[in-house]
Write a protein that binds this ligand. Structure first.
Ligand SMILES: [Zn+2]
Length: 255
């Protein structure tokens, strides 16, 4: 993997966002690989659109590349809320590559993959509707809230300018992929509880410690009035998927 983005290919373009898109899509076509299988290339799809999409030629998984000069922080702004939410629930979203580069060096500083199945419905949040006089009146956009994505599902390919071994990345992808077979609504809860478990101070913890997140989880799932029961159920789901080990009654180890 070459960490330099080929900005020279975009020399004729004035807009910074267009230059970034051209450099990052050319870079992706040369350097991106599939985390879901052993393919060491991804193929660029549908050139000349706003969205930078890639397809794995071996397993046909889709990826979307988002690049920015700032570090990815809390949220990513997206387009149509209803369409994104139905894609999440139907398991049709792409995996996301989030690429952070620096200028003027043109070097990639961070690159992570967020797998499709790690996008919880509660991570897709409505933005305010455009006003009635706007061209797309009542159109509702969304933000993808990265804060609710578990760390296990943020798979680093480059971290602070250092390339991570792709076998490590693929192993992490496979590990979080153990929840892929769950239905999306159910999986959303598993992801939310896993993130709470990651926030605890040590890998060994008790069910009571997870209950401190009841207010937060209730806010993410306002329709559910049985959050403590849901937590207990999801700890068992995560255990059955090999992401936790049960040490005893109400005692757990994060694996
Ligand atoms: Zn693949």
């Amino acid at each position: 993997m070459d960490l330099r983005l080929p900005f020279h290919l975009a020399a004729g373009y004035k807009s910074a966002s267009q230059r970034a898109r051209i450099a990052s899509e050319a870079w992706g076509a040369e350097n991106l690989f599939c985390c879901n299988c052993t393919s060491n290339t991804l193929r660029r799809e549908t050139a000349n659109t706003h969205v930078v999409d890639f397809l794995c030629p071996a397993c046909s998984d889709n990826y979307q590349l988002k690049s920015t000069q700032r570090r990815f922080g809390g949220t990513i702004t997206g387009a149509n809320y209803a369409r994104m939410m139905s894609a999440v629930l139907a398991n049709r979203t792409p995996h996301f590559h989030l690429l952070h580069y620096e200028l003027p060096s043109e070097f990639i500083k961070n690159l992570v993959v967020i797998p499709r199945f790690a996008i919880s419905p509660s991570a897709i949040q409505k933005r305010n509707a455009l006003g009635a006089t706007a061209r797309r009146a009542n159109w509702i956009g969304y933000v993808f809230n990265l804060r609710v994505v578990p760390d296990l599902a943020k798979i680093a390919l480059v971290r602070e300018g250092e390339i991570i071994d792709r076998r490590t990345a693929r192993a992490q992808f496979a590990k979080i992929g153990r929840i892929e077979a769950l239905r999306p609504e159910q999986r959303g809860w598993s992801l939310d509880v896993l993130r709470c478990v990651e926030l605890l101070p040590s890998a060994e913890f008790t069910t009571d410690q997870v209950y401190q997140f009841v207010p937060e989880l209730s806010a993410l799932h306002p329709a559910n009035r049985h959050v403590p029961e849901k937590i207990r159920q999801q700890l068992q789901v995560l255990r059955d998927r090999g992401l936790l080990r049960q040490l005893g009654r109400g005692r757990w180890l994060r694996l």
